[in-house]
Design a protein around this ligand. Structure first.
Ligand code: PLP
Length: 440
């Protein structure tokens, strides 16, 4: 017999967390309407999948055309052009002018797992170096690479072996106790130390990193740190894998965040905003890494489904044609200015404002000196946003980060309206916190 979920209304397990019990009915552009007719500006965009907004007309038109022609054969049974066309497009758009291959899959986690299969097969080595605070997905290998026990990991082990973890270069909580202005990116030495203490360079198949943490709370890896990983991989023969599942396709102000560091990864993993909400992901990278793998070694029933391929090709046309990365930089600057005012107004609570382009995050703390995480305020802020008519997500290992994942097609007026709502919700959340403090 099925058990009721936390609402007691459906058979969906309570383990599947939801931001709200309100039910979505309709969405367009930057707006979502619920079944009660309430409208919300969407600063969550399906966890960063909708750079082009909801139901972009060009994406819908491409999908409708595809529905009338071909829905599914499974590429491994009878291939189709749109898969090859999309791979070609991704090869052109990703950094690096070397020969490349591209594999299409369904989800971010699946792409991460495939990238590591490819790295292991190509190097003949087992070990993977990853980072604290990372989120790479919920399948077992991806979860083994992810840091957050309280929600994601508890109870699901044992996790796969040969995974080694070093601190992320999280400047606000510097792992080597320095301040960003004067640090010379000293945390780079943690990479070398890992080779001395955890894993011999000759056993290292891959180093896997998000250029900016997504679920981990928005910390940005300093560019010299990414360059140091590139050097380490060149020296040891390991494969540099960059996870651009959340940062990819314009949100950070460039098509891919890693471009800003001038680094060319060996493999790149992407998903989310690639297809405006249709499920698809990809691994793209050096041809020689793919070419030694036995025929039949990679694949899947639905990976690169024709409908998702059509959505992705149309999405890329919009992102590139409308210069959404450039727009992300401009929108990011507008949001940053406004958020700095909030920081001035609430200096004790809004500890750190960070992010590339429009992928901004605010870390909420109980005071600026101790930097103690204050998840209760981040949660209250996000919930108060719902009542203001705004969808806003929290993030971070301690759940104390508020982050914006806006649709990059949002109008200036809607962006301003969203920021107004966010500001009012912050006032409400701080006032509710003060009331709790008074009564305790
Ligand atoms: N990698 C990163 C950086 C992510 O942000 C996510 C999802 O949030 C994933 C991988 C996993 O993607 P999916 O949920 O599509 O499996």
């Amino acid at each position: 017999m099925s058990r009721p979920n936390h609402n007691g209304k459906t058979g969906v397990p309570r383990a599947l967390a939801t931001l709200t019990d309100r039910l979505a009915a309709h969405a367009e552009g930057a707006w979502v309407t619920d079944t009660a007719g309430r409208t919300y500006l969407d600063f969550a965009t399906g966890i960063g999948t909708l750079a082009t907004g909801h139901r972009h007309p060009k994406v819908l038109a491409a999908v409708r055309r595809q529905l009338d022609r071909l829905v599914h054969t499974c590429y491994s049974v009878m291939p189709y052009e749109s898969y090859q066309e999309l791979v070609g497009r991704l090869i052109d758009l990703t950094p690096g002018s070397f020969p490349k291959r591209g594999l299409l899959l369904n989800s971010g986690a699946e792409a991460v797992e495939n990238a590591l299969k490819i790295a292991r097969a190509a190097t003949g080595r087992p070990a993977v170096l990853c980072f604290e605070g990372a989120f790479h997905g919920r399948t077992l290998l991806a979860l083994g690479l992810t840091s957050k026990t309280s929600t994601y990991k508890r109870g699901f082990g044992p996790y796969p072996g040969e995974i080694y973890r070093v601190p992320y270069p999280y400047c606000y909580r510097c792992p080597v106790g320095r301040e960003p202005a004067t640090c010379s990116v000293d945390c780079r030495r943690l990479l070398e130390e890992a080779l001395a203490t955890h894993v011999d360079g000759r056993a290292l198949a891959a180093v896997l990193i998000e250029p900016q943490l997504g679920e981990g709370g928005g910390a940005v890896a300093p560019f010299p740190f990414l360059q140091a990983i590139r050097e380490l991989c060149d020296r040891t023969g390991a494969v540099m894998v960059v996870d651009e599942v959340q940062t990819g396709f314009g949100r950070t102000g460039s098509l891919f965040a890693v471009e800003q560091a001038g680094v060319e990864p060996d493999l790149m993993v992407m998903a989310k905003s690639l297809a405006s909400g249709f499920p698809i992901s990809a691994v793209v990278g050096r041809a020689e890494l793919f070419d030694g793998i036995q025929v039949g070694g990679l694949g899947g029933t639905y990976g690169g489904n024709p409908v998702s391929c059509a959505a992705a090709l149309a999405t890329l046309e919009v992102i590139v044609g409308q210069r959404l990365p450039e727009r992300a930089r401009r929108l990011g600057a507008v949001m940053r200015r406004r958020m700095q005012l909030w920081q001035e107004r609430y200096p004790e609570y809004l500890g750190d404002l960070r992010g590339l382009g429009a992928m901004l995050a605010l870390e909420v703390v109980s005071d600026r000196q101790t930097r103690r995480p204050l998840p209760a305020l981040a949660r209250a802020w996000s919930q108060a946003c719902l009542d203001e008519g705004l969808l806003l997500l929290t993030a971070g290992v301690h759940g104390n980060v508020v982050r914006v994942l806006i649709p990059l097609i949002i109008s200036d007026a809607d962006l301003n309206e969203g920021l107004e709502r966010m500001e009012r919700a912050l006032e409400t959340a701080v006032a509710s916190l003060a009331r709790v403090e008074e009564t305790t």
